[in-house]
Unconditional design. Structure first.
Length: 351
């Protein structure tokens, strides 16, 4: 499932912010965005919605005013074409304004040059010239030897804010809730010739890389059967600032695949269970209420990986045998999972 960094969306609600004369908040699906009252937005308006992690290029005059909020020069990728390069610009992050979590950016369609009658949900990332920013994994120069081609889905989980139209169906499905761990995504795969490959999110890596060394040391490589894939977050010193304060590198397994099918956790090899992401109580974390209720419930989650420290969030994995509608499956992809990120975690770490 290609992430739509910028899309045409509808304003579903406009709400005041206490003690704020010049700003208000709008709701788009499950997202809340703080906007200026001078935009004159009202329910039903069609707008361009930019998701967090969007990189707004400094050389694009449409984003000149936003550059005052801060710039960085970083590697980025184009979610449509796959092109990668380094650019300078402003990265959209979660902000807290007057006690309100604001995620993303709203702009008039006319500013982007998109017709007002463009259908809701249309991906306009290319027209907006927006790129996706991701923190780089701790790779040494020359570690990358080819493109990601493991027989599994990449590790992106759909954010619940984009699933409000499917929430009633989601509440009827049985899920396995697990802690989302803040690391660098790693995939290992044993092919039918008994060769083990290792990948970052987008690249195949040299077998002597740190990711593979950790997988060997913890028994994950030995546990791989032919045709099996194991995906884990590599965490520890030098990875994303080691926000979990781990003393050494650790893998946190979040998915195992065999023959292009995602396995239920109960069917994982022992070594992968021993290194799995923490499991949460299914009753406590069953999807209930509405999307905003669940986002609020996850806010402040802590202590499941490192005592007293905030957790990044939760990922819900559909249990094997659960039937998803075609529309929901198209949103989730073969990963069959969705996530909620802990807003306190995002704001604490400037994400």
């Amino acid at each position: 499932m290609v992430r739509k960094m910028v899309s045409v969306q509808k304003i579903e609600g406009v709400y005041p912010i206490e003690n704020a004369d010049r700003i208000e908040k709008v709701r788009i699906g499950g997202w809340i965005v703080v906007v200026g009252k001078d935009m004159g937005l009202k329910p039903g308006d069609h707008v361009a919605y930019f998701e967090i992690d969007s990189m707004l290029p400094a050389n694009d005059p449409r984003y000149t005013d936003l550059q005052k909020r801060g710039q960085r020069t970083v590697p980025v990728s184009n979610t449509i074409t796959g092109e990668e390069k380094e650019i300078t610009g402003h990265v959209l992050r979660t902000a807290r304004l007057r006690g309100v979590y604001s995620q993303g950016l709203v702009m008039p369609l006319s500013t982007i040059g998109v017709p007002e009658d463009t259908p809701i949900g249309t991906d306009i990332t290319l027209q907006a010239d927006v790129w996706k920013y991701e923190e780089l994994p701790p790779l040494k120069g020359g570690d990358m030897i080819g493109a990601f081609n493991a027989p599994c889905s990449k590790s992106d989980a759909t954010r619940v804010q984009n699933l409000t139209a499917y929430w009633d169906e989601i509440r009827r499905i049985a899920w396995t809730p697990t802690v989302k761990v803040d690391g660098t995504s790693t995939t290992i795969y044993r092919d039918m010739d008994d060769t083990v490959h290792v990948y970052s999110r987008n690249w195949e890596l040299k077998p002597e890389c740190t990711n593979m060394q950790v997988a060997v040391k913890t028994g994950l490589v030995d546990a791989l059967e032919k045709g099996m894939v194991c995906q884990f977050e590599l965490c520890g010193p030098s990875v994303n600032g080691n926000r979990l304060k781990l003393a050494s590198y650790r893998p946190f397994v979040f998915a195992v695949w065999r023959d292009n099918m995602k396995l239920d956790r109960r069917d994982w090899p022992k070594a992968m269970l021993d290194n799995a992401v923490p499991l949460l109580d299914e009753t406590e974390w069953k999807p209930t209420g509405d999307v905003m209720d669940m986002i609020a419930k996850v806010d402040g989650l802590r202590g499941n990986v490192t005592r007293d420290l905030l957790d990044e969030g939760i990922v819900w994995h559909a249990k094997a045998g659960e039937r998803l509608s075609d529309d929901l499956y198209n949103e989730l992809g073969s990963n069959r999972c969705f996530k909620i990120i802990n807003n306190k975690y995002l704001t604490k770490h400037g994400l």
